[in-house]
Write a protein that binds this ligand. Structure first.
Ligand SMILES: *Cc1c(COP(=O)(O)O)cnc(C)c1O
Length: 400
């Protein structure tokens, strides 16, 4: 039993590295904030970022854009999704995912998840076989990576184009291969709560030349696409440039400067996250009545958030449990709440989707799922205090 309360904010990110701040100030002083607003022979900050990220990610092409949600939407469009098309998607995800599908005018076919927050492979295969869908938008939600060998196999068998939403897996791997390198296109977010922070921002990566060219033009490059770095050769652009609508969503120089300064420390940050995560995980795992999802051996995760299920508590008690943790400074989000709050989401709250399916495992698993952010401003000691508080409160509520 600990009496202490926790007092650090769960929303506090680290400062932007000094080099990024300096560069951003220089850019502001120059007044040249637009990625194509360059002096003779000047290199675009956004273009350099794209080249550096492509190299880090291990892909041929990269486009920096306004947000992760934008990157997903653009990915769907450049892969050929049309209004009325069916898009398979795991039901445990965040609202920008069904939002991107809706934005394209397509129809989400939601797929159930399993006990460990992965897309349910049986349900995926069944729906791949019967729905006629030609796209799978797979969200590696909260960084839990499904068996990618099987996912890719199912997609290949049914001729399905795989698009990966890597908002929570920037830096994560499956069998040593970076998440985002399994499908046709991947989308990443650099919004404040993700693994790099530019306030808002995103990346689209691909190895397909024509898709890359279409994405660059559609992001709003006009005929200035030649000023990008991680792009295919001119002949590819010649083919698509007059057939790609401008869906204006460029990244600006300031954000690019902030991100360029963060990329060199991303790998180190991944290990810092995992060190905090592993402390939290080890202590939560010993508590009675708490279920922590099992990670697959092939997975290398980035522990920027942690999920667990308060199995001992009946659903009716979870809201009060969350409130009492909050009163002691520990901020948990409950994915099972009937009403979505803050960033939580349960698929059945997306009422704009027609014919919402009943996905029994998703509903059952999320019913008791609690989610906690792990900002890098926390220390190992912080993680110990946080888990002590959770332990006290869960024991108290389990008895009451
Ligand atoms: C944050 C997030 C997105 C969207 O990213 P934005 O940059 O906020 O648009 C998409 N998918 C998931 C799973 C996310 O968490």
């Amino acid at each position: 039993m600990t009496q202490a309360n926790f007092s650090k904010p769960f929303t506090q990110q680290e400062a932007i590295p000094e080099a990024g701040i300096e560069r951003a100030v220089e850019i502001m002083k120059s007044g040249r904030l637009h990625r194509y607003n360059l002096t003779a022979n000047e290199e675009s900050e956004a273009s350099c970022l794209e080249m550096e990220y492509a190299k880090w990610q291990g892909t041929n092409y990269c486009l920096a854009c306004t947000s992760g949600g934008y990157a997903i939407q653009l990915a769907l469009r450049v892969c050929g999704a049309k209004p009325g098309d069916k898009i398979l998607a795991n039901a445990y995800t965040l609202a920008p995912v069904p939002g991107a599908i809706h934005n394209v005018g397509a129809i989400p076919i939601l797929v159930d998840i399993d006990e460990n927050y992965h897309i349910d492979l049986e349900d995926l295969e069944a729906k791949a076989a019967t729905s006629g869908s030609k796209f799978l938008l797979l969200s590696h939600m909260r960084g839990h990576i499904a068996d990618m060998d099987k996912v890719v196999e199912i997609c290949t068998t049914y001729g399905i184009c795989l698009i990966e939403d890597c908002a929570h897996t920037m830096g994560a791997k499956w069998r040593g291969v970076r998440s985002g390198n399994f499908g046709m296109v991947a989308a990443f977010s650099t919004q404040t709560y993700k693994h790099m922070n530019s306030g808002e921002g995103g990346f689209l990566t691909t190895n397909d030349a024509e898709i890359a060219a279409r994405a660059v033009i559609s992001s709003g490059s006009y005929m200035l696409y030649g000023r990008h770095g991680a792009i295919p050769v001119e002949e590819v652009f010649q083919k698509v440039r007059l057939h790609s609508p401008n869906y204006s969503g460029r990244m600006d120089q300031m954000r690019a400067a902030m991100l360029r300064a963060q990329l060199p420390v991303l790998e180190e940050n991944v290990y810092r996250w995992n060190s905090l995560y592993d402390t939290l995980h080890a202590r939560l795992a010993t508590m009675e009545g708490i279920i922590i999802p099992t990670r697959k051996q092939e997975e290398f995760y980035v522990g920027s958030s942690i999920q667990f299920r308060a199995d001992v508590l009946p659903k009716e008690k979870i809201s009060a449990f969350v409130d009492s943790c909050s009163a002691r400074g520990v901020e948990l989000k409950w994915f099972g709440d009937d009403q979505p709050k803050a960033f939580t989401s349960r698929y059945d709250s997306w009422k704009y989707i027609d014919d919402l399916p009943i996905l029994p495992t998703t509903l059952r698993v999320l019913e008791k799922t609690l989610d906690m952010r792990v900002p890098l401003t926390f220390t190992t000691e912080d993680c110990k205090l946080i888990t002590d508080i959770i332990k006290d409160e869960i024991e108290r509520f389990a008895k009451s």
